[in-house]
Write a protein that binds this ligand. Sequence first.
Ligand SMILES: Nc1ncnc2c1ncn2[C@@H]1O[C@H](COP(=O)(O)OP(=O)(O)OP(=O)(O)O)[C@@H](O)[C@H]1O
Length: 225
Amino acid sequence: MIELDNVAYSYGGEALFRGLSLTLAPGSFHFLTGPSGAGKTTLLKLCYGALRPTEGDLSLFGRSVTEMDRDAVAMNRRRVGVVHQDCQFLDHLPVIENVALPLVVSGQYSPEHDENLSELLTWVGLTDRAGALPAELSGGERQRAALARAVIMSPEVILADEPTGNVDWEMSQRLMRLLIELNRMGKTILIATHDLMLIRTTKAHVQARVLRLAGGGLYAAGSEL
Ligand SMILES: Nc1ncnc2c1ncn2[C@@H]1O[C@H](COP(=O)(O)OP(=O)(O)OP(=O)(O)O)[C@@H](O)[C@H]1O
């Protein structure tokens, strides 16, 4: 689905990482860990086509991004749902409209989607917060709204950047149960997280590959797990 082959990325100076290869096969579950600043968010941005490799090849759904124009990348982008580290809501819109935003922006929204939207809010436990503004939500509610927005377009791949960063342990577990459920429905999942305890507990329920990005390279995580 998403394949990085010998990829390097640089924001202008020295490469942040190089020689990086990664395959996200359909239905796979990956964790991405590593120190702050190692490039996890950057790697996620490559995986959804927001950045192009400085070196090496990146293929999205079987096509190399080097052969794709911006429109083709944008089309592929719809097959990937992203939970951003800072959620990235539009502050003046209520939760339900933020969740519906990908449908609206892509010109696909119609009133027929309302039932799906309300089912999605029930699934993440936010039915009674549908009319609230993002600023009125707790950290856990924000993360669940961000997850609902990430799946509204029925993506095949879900990339989540520190989805449990600002929530307590119970809420982290609840969010992970939702992500595991999505994986059981066949979605490919990649989660960037610092939380090794969360990785350990999740691995008891799902077959997950754990990768560590550090010192400019990507490795299979070792004994710390
Ligand atoms: N747009 C940008 N322009 C220049 N440098 C950037 C940009 N975005 C990120 N960086 C730098 O690239 C490095 C990696 O950032 P990135 O956010 O990918 O790391 P991370 O592993 O996700 O960090 P964290 O765990 O703290 O979220 C950092 O040094 C950061 O300052």
